[in-house]
Design a protein around this ligand. Structure first.
Ligand SMILES: Nc1ncnc2c1ncn2[C@@H]1O[C@H](COP(=O)(O)OP(=O)(O)OP(=O)(O)O)[C@@H](O)[C@H]1O
Length: 590
């Protein structure tokens, strides 16, 4: 994230030092000063701690660890923080503990909270605590399922070789929360479909099932993928965005119609692409799911986490857990002797592709930059490495123009569905939105390559990206479409589940031309071919999760344009998001 660092004119002392060094923004400083003023806190080390906590949220962490703040700040920002006047850790912790603006675990009514050396804005601590409690409460007991019948269904649905998938379905039959983790092609969707088939085969009324994902695009993919698994006798299932599932309330992004006093009516709630779900959203979701319902969280914990603070999926997958004797014996009764922690089952067999893209993804995930560079340098039909520090690549122009031409010709003949499919044939991805390596630069460049009559909002063949939720048209931030010719004139076509909707382009309020996309936005989508333009190694956005997410967006071919140094920097720089969830899940609430 590029943040404009402006000098805070009224900042003094530590806040000014950290602001001058480019660590704190104007907003971080202002919020800290305001909190201090209202709470009557004169200690400037506490002001600094508050400002760093606000800053951490901006970068995706829900709290700061006072003892590791110096280290994590350096990693986030790539700035030299060693010369800054850091407070001594013990004295800093004591000052925060004594502070009138900081509450301890059992207290309330203060804007910040210090728990186990982690400093939170109170709202985020409450959300994290709520998620932890809900996960722990839902870990107790098991659903009363007939083991003999379940065993027979599991044996019928899961052939040898798919043991982890079988285990996930068994966990879901017994446990209220199941976490199904795995990379692309490991069979997550197949497992969702089969685990739902297992639940539908239980005696009693058929379960009411909700499928959801954080974005419209991911929801559409989930629905399509689950529906494509045939022969299981599943009911007609539709997927929606999480916002839609929880019920939007006008004027607020963090409160919904369904909450703990008005829960969702479903017996089973399946959420795909959970890595993209923020802490706040997870807190809202989990409180809205009935305590006697099943929640299935599906996703790839190695992908980029949510744009907003939190990395809940990664935290649950990495956390230690409390023993669950009832679950262990229930699983044993259906032939599953493995110990399951926090309901997590990680699928590790890749069923779809075994090519160089998968090998590359595995090496990135393992942080093995030597192997990554070796695979890239060898080159193959799947993976191409264009070594250019400036992001130049002559083939890119031909690829982009050919793909756009194909979309335009289908759009001109009114073939909306085919044009939408063609839109996903090739995607140019960038780490940054702005700057010389960003989406805006490439958009301008590609617009220069195109004839002028292709550049208006009504131009047939124009690819579109929706940039904000548009409830009137039932479109969501990140949805992609294309302007097609129809008998009524040009219409913007978007995929909605299995259907295509057509909307007059003039009715779209938040749409822009889609010639390139950030890696963050591409999450939840896949494309036949991906070209990824990397920024220089010094970019703080260049991380292992970003590279892994970009690489795994490609189905059949991947091209990386950038320097070896940038590739190595990304692979060796994992994102560390601070939260207390990992440690606290193994601790029972008081
Ligand atoms: N147990 C299995 N036996 C045979 N084929 C399988 C099995 N599990 C998955 N597959 C096949 O592997 C492919 C990938 O599976 P699936 O789409 O379920 O993976 P996924 O993890 O959901 O992938 P993605 O995250 O990329 O959507 C599909 O073609 C599917 O039919």
């Amino acid at each position: 994230m590029t943040v404009l660092i402006e000098r805070a004119l009224h900042a003094t002392g530590l806040l000014a030092d950290f602001n001058d060094a480019g660590v704190l923004t104007l907003a971080d400083v202002h919020i800290a000063r305001r909190v201090a003023l209202l709470g009557g806190e004169p200690d400037e080390t506490v002001h600094l701690a508050v400002a760093l906590t606000v800053r951490a949220l901006r970068l995706g962490s829900v709290c700061i660890d006072l003892s590791g703040a110096r280290h994590s700040t350096a990693a986030d920002e790539g700035v030299d923080v060693t010369t800054l006047p850091w407070p001594a850790v013990e004295a800093w912790r004591e000052a925060c503990t004594r502070s009138p603006v900081v509450a301890a675990a059992g207290e309330s009514g203060r804007p910040l909270r210090l728990v186990n050396g982690l400093l939170y804005l109170d709202r985020y601590w409450r959300e994290e605590d709520q998620v932890r409690r809900q996960l722990q409460d839902r870990a107790s007991g098991v659903f009363p399922v007939d083991p003999a019948a379940l065993r027979e269904q599991l044996d019928r649905l899961f052939e040898p070789g798919s043991e982890k998938q079988r285990l996930a379905a068994a966990v879901c039959a017994f446990r209220r929360v199941t976490v199904l983790a795995g990379g692309p092609g490991t069979g997550k969707t197949t497992t969702i479909a089969r685990m739902l088939a297992v639940l539908c085969a239980q005696s009693g009324p058929p379960p009411r099932i909700a499928l959801a994902a954080p974005t419209g695009k991911a929801a559409a993919r989930l629905e399509e993928a689950v529906r494509s698994v045939t022969g299981l006798g599943l009911p007609d299932l539709h997927a929606s965005t999480l916002h839609r599932l929880l019920g939007r309330r006008p004027g607020t992004r963090t409160r919904f119609k369904h909450h703990k006093a008005h829960r969702l009516p479903y017996d089973v709630v399946v959420v795909d692409e959970t890595s993209m779900v923020s802490l706040t959203m997870m807190a809202r979701l989990i409180e809205a799911v009935r305590p006697d319902a099943r929640l299935v969280l599906v996703g790839d914990p190695d992908q980029l986490a949510s744009v907003e603070a939190g990395a809940v999926l990664g935290d649950i997958v990495a956390a230690a857990g409390c023993p669950e004797p009832a679950l262990a014996s229930a699983l044993q009764a259906v032939g599953e002797p493995e110990t399951v922690v926090n309901g997590v089952v990680t699928l590790d067999r890749i069923w779809r592709f075994g090519g160089d893209i998968a090998r590359l993804a595995a090496a990135i995930r393992a942080g093995d930059d030597e192997t990554v560079v070796a695979i890239l340098r060898t080159g193959s039909k799947d993976v191409q490495f264009v070594e250019s520090a400036a992001g130049d690549c002559p083939d890119l122009r031909a690829d982009v123009l050919n793909a756009l031409e194909h979309v335009a010709s289908l759009a001109a003949s009114g073939e909306a569905e085919a044009a939408l499919r063609a839109l996903d044939a090739h995607r140019l991805l960038c780490a940054h939105r702005h700057g010389p390596y960003g989406v805006t630069r490439w958009t301008t460049e590609i617009e220069r390559w195109l004839p002028a009559d292709r550049l208006t909002d009504q131009s047939v063949g124009r690819p579109l990206l929706i940039t904000a939720n548009d409830y009137d048209n039932n479109l969501y931030n990140g949805d992609t479409g294309v302007v097609v010719q129809t008998a009524d004139g040009p219409r913007a076509a978007f995929a909605r589940g299995g259907d295509t909707v057509l909307i007059p382009p003039s009715r779209l309020s938040e749409a822009q031309a889609l010639y390139a996309m950030t890696v963050h936005r591409s999450q939840g989508s896949q494309f036949d071919r991906v070209s990824l333009v990397l920024p220089p190694a010094t970019s703080p956005l260049l991380t292992r999760e970003l590279l892994y997410t970009a690489v795994t967006r490609a189905r059949s071919a991947l091209r990386i344009v950038g320097s070896e140094e940038a590739v190595r920097a990304a692979v060796t720089r994992p994102i560390a998001r601070a939260s207390g969830l990992r440690e606290s899940l193994a601790t029972r609430s008081s």
